[in-house]
Design a binder for this molecule. Sequence first.
Ligand SMILES: [Zn+2]
Length: 223
Amino acid sequence: MERTRVVVIGAHPDDELLGAGGTLARHVLAGDEVHAIVVADGAGSRYPDQLVATLEKQARQAAEVIGFASLQFLSLPDQRLDTIPLIELTQQLEGVLDEIGPGIVYTHFPEDVNADHRLVARCAWTACRPYGRPQVRKFVVFETPSSTEWAWPMPGTELRPNLFVDVADTLEIKIAAMERYETELRDYPHPRSSRALRERAAYWGSHIGRLAAEPFVVLREVT
Ligand SMILES: [Zn+2]
């Protein structure tokens, strides 16, 4: 069977795992080639300069746990993607996507409270427009714990999944990868704690009669 090329586009280090880590580990186990792109990892409001190198190291360790085929950093300014023209961010993503040639793309839910997430989602969607990138047959957005659920309560900002992936067999791989991100993990009950991630997977699993699941919205699929 032909290996599917999969890309996950996250705004910040750990975003490539928080929403879809169990699903991406499943892709890897199925023999798919999974590539990760982290858009912003420069020094921003949350990351003092010295943390950038630490975060990159943690990201590489986490990538090894999941089994990513590659991990690329675009090194754009953290929490300041709104200072970059949309066309430039889109073109940077296009450059990386040209190299990888993915068939499936995962990225952020476009209504997250985090502005970087929203911009990455928007530019990834543009970079994957059908005539520009016809090989993309599935474009999927994920939930990011501590951002998706914190969107303001207006119509259309709630994640209403239309795709659930059973991650009962890969959830612990995701947790082990997340635990490489020592600077990003928080104490329970923060959504970015190991226990809360397990509980969230159980919650979404209960929707569909499984022990653990990750929820997604498929924005476009071509079969
Ligand atoms: Zn983020």
